[in-house]
Design a protein around this ligand. Sequence first.
Ligand code: GLC
Ligand code: MG
Length: 571
Amino acid sequence: MTKLKWWQTAVFYQIYPRSFADGDGDGIGDFKGIIQKLDHLQDLGIDAIWLSPHFPSPNWDFGYDISDYLGVAPEYGTLDDFKTFLAESHQRNIRVILDLVLNHTSDQHPWFLESKSSRDNPKADWYVWVDEPPNNWQSCFDGDAWTYVPERDQYYYHYFMKQQPDLNWHNLEVKQALWDAARFWLDLGVDGYRLDAIGTIFEDPNLTPHNVPMKLAELRRASELAQSPAQKKKVEKYWRDMFKNQIGGPGLHDLMKELRAVIDEYNGDRVLIGEDENIDFLGNGDDELHLVFNFPLADLDRITPRQIRRNQRERIARLKRLPKGGWACNTLGNHDRSRLHSRYGDKIHDAALARLNAALVLTLRGTPFLYYGEEIGMTDLIITDPARLRDTMATWYYERLVNELKVDPAEAALRAGEMSRDKNRTPMQWSNSPNAGFSPPGVETWLRVNPNYKDGINVRDQEHNPNSLLNYYKHLLRVRKHTPALLEGDYIPLHNTAKDHFAFIRKSNDQTVLVVLNYSDSKLDLDFSRNKEIKGKSLHTLFSSAVRSRVDLDPKSIHIGAFEVFIAEVK
Ligand code: GLC
Ligand code: MG
């Protein structure tokens, strides 16, 4: 095998600490709980954990509003608990990357409390202050982006909630403070960072207003009501136009280069992964971030062979153009998105489609990211009682719908539940006991547990069932790990006009592998014998989601079952 870096071959698994495992029985996930579950992750076969923020936070945005970059949220444990978690992960050959939130802090961070206290305190310039709102910019979470502070008789800017004031990255002390924070955890041995919302760090210096004829809540409502393709297109354009002047401002790439230099001071190939789809963040392939996510794939409303082929064609071509090459990174789920099992299902074949999409992420060229619970098929839980919503962007929207847009409260509750990210952040389902084994029985969990843990959607039941989704993931991860072509091979699409199936080759120096994903409910009889990589050879099955009696097959006529995942070595 050629020499790839660990983060190129690793499978990442995202832990949302609040919802993973409650070790101390207070209804909230914590490090003690995570540590107890590391064996599950090792067993599953993942190589690295992305831990969503574990820092002290007033929890307006559950850790994405940080009030101390050098600490551990008390509900999650202590710094010693963190160190134990890191050591126990490393002992199992599992790397750990943390979430680094650079764009903003909490409004309760001592930096902001000081900054807002007067116009001339030492941190007066650490955030973005203006005398009057200079434009109509919106916060993507809660309406107006400029919020008034009487102490200064000024306004501050926030791209996210008003409890998340944007840092002023033109101030050198800010930069120093955040680089120091990054170093603090690198010194403890973490393997890198997922960089939160990096696109939002710099805005348009001309402060150009947006030209959308509505505010955030109205736009959200318009999106819900859009029916025809033309209406949908229009609101999509509005979304882009509303925020385009608030993202991607000049200076970002120099900043990322600086951060890369910080990371490169450390040994062990520490890694930077941007929460952005823009390949420009990879710089020349060697001087900015290591990875950005293939969000265009995850943004598809429906995953179809044609869409996948187009997505791969575009992204791989762009990665190849980088002077030093770039590496892909694929994901279909995270804490901000509807769960893949719910999202890409058709209500009839959800389980089969979930298996196909798992295989897609794990066989495409690039580094896969899985989201906790995906491996057991956790689904969205829509919370329709507004009092039980925890995601503040949803409660904000509910209030606007009812009070400003005069929407009927029952409908508003449903809309808020649907858009809320609570639905995809419910507690991990460990077993068929009360609270899904996440918290002890009788404890009220911070967010409702999805009752479907009783229907087999839990780790313990699935461990015992050889045909479970969990065992399917384990098997697939094992095959991936032992198949060099799946780790490092080039991607060669086949059957380029097929609508029902997606077929491709992964080819490395010493191995060629064929992958077929049948996205249809029909059986297929496929001929691969004319392809030049396969001609004259036979196919040796490495993995199939169907039951197959023969392992070695003639490429002239391969029978693929409905929704089958088929992986074979070309020999
Ligand atoms: C990112 C996070 C999201 C958070 C936001 C603000 O998009 O993924 O969860 O709310 O940034 O930090
Ligand atoms: Mg707890």
